[in-house]
Write a protein that binds this ligand. Sequence first.
Ligand code: BGC
Length: 501
Amino acid sequence: MAVSGGAAQDLPAKLTAQVLICSIIAAFGGLMFGYDIGISGGVTSMDVFLKKFFPDVYVKKHHAKEDNYCKFDDQILQLFTSSLYLAAVVSSLLAARCCKKYGRKLTIQIASALFLLGVILNAAALNIVMLILGRLLLGGGIGFGNQAVPLFISEIAPNKYRGGLNVCFQLLVTVGILCANIVNYFTASHQYGWRISLGGAAIPALFLAFGSLLIVETPTSLIERGHSERGLETLRKIRGVQDVQKEFDEIVNTTELAKQIKHPFKNLMKRSSWPQLITSGILQIFQQFTGINVIMFYAPVLFQTMGFHSDASLLSAVVTGTVNTMATLVAVFCVDKLGRRFLLIEAAVQMFIAQVVTGGILAAFLKSTNALPKKYAYLVLFLICVFVSGFAWSWGPLGWLIPSEIFPLETRTAGFFCAVSMNMIFTFIIAQAFLTMLCHMRAMIFFFFSGWIVIMGIYAFAFLPETKGVSIDEMNEKVWKKHWLWKKCFNNDRDQARDKP
Ligand code: BGC
């Protein structure tokens, strides 16, 4: 999710231990986020947890005559999952201010503190209020972390490692999801399994908390806040070379320029910012409307709906989690070779087929009260893996990478903030609505998502320009102003004149 930087490529820099340590710390930010995505589905399928906090759902789930598709439909149960994302939207706004005023390091420390408080409340929860309050605090931590950590990585990383680190952040999100799936599998039958699962989130958070004591503040943040001397010193330390004057001057120029833009959000509303703003917003909405989080949040619940036993459902979530991580590695190696558009279009076709066949099988064989015949259940598991792998090498990482590389400097942070909040809002919507949609739309829900996938495939084919290999400072000239549609946003002379810094 890193915001790629735009400095020249030939700046002298080594990949120093400092930068590596900072990357590992950022990685724990990703793990923290991923662990949360993956943990709630397993926990909400544990009987002991349901009995304690959601007795109605527990009764429904075990009622022989209860409709397969509706047994988990409960607004409060969904709120348990989704409340986190709502809190993350609100807190990322505060985090953006905190980042600018007090620096990235302190923002990361606040993230881990909020997160730890949330974990304690969750693992020790005695009632639903503690549970939801804990989720809100976790959401606060995610909002602070997701705003600061990517910015931190992009400012600390030497230019030539920035792209790779970007997708690596997503890779660690997937590792977090996988860890959560594995923890759920082993804790499911334990009396306090849900407490262990929810408490496990403390591990990445503690690493982040202690790690953040060791990290340096980024040179950009120091210079931005008037500590130029310390900024220069830090730059030398993290680059491992003495000759950092060129990069230092660039940062000073950049921050001076940024200071002149009093209202970055107003700037973002200008016609010449529409291509980037619309593209990054659409990518985030589409990313969520692939239906990925139905699998990430609710895989165990979904597999139970199809008639898998509790254990098998959790194991299936481990399988999809492993596929998710492995396939993200494909993106790390292919994104700069095959290009963004190719991966997005190929994956749209793959995900469409997987969703339609899954929907067809469920419509034909999963009625209200039967269990899906074994061979079809395994086929659906396979199809879900096909779907997840397509997502993991395309709409997953690229949903973050593209917004981070298409904005010009003066609107980059504000633009990226809009992308992050758009993602959280639509994640919230899917998390809150899915179980109810499943109950009402039944197998049709898979056709609903596949319809969206057709639209996004057409969008990638017709409207999305290729950004592979283009330096981010040349995006406007080389990409947007040459695109058959988006170039129209630059035709207005008055607007062009205003665009000049
Ligand atoms: C998305 C998350 C999703 C995850 C799955 C991320 O890119 O933003 O919503 O759960 O990928 O790996």
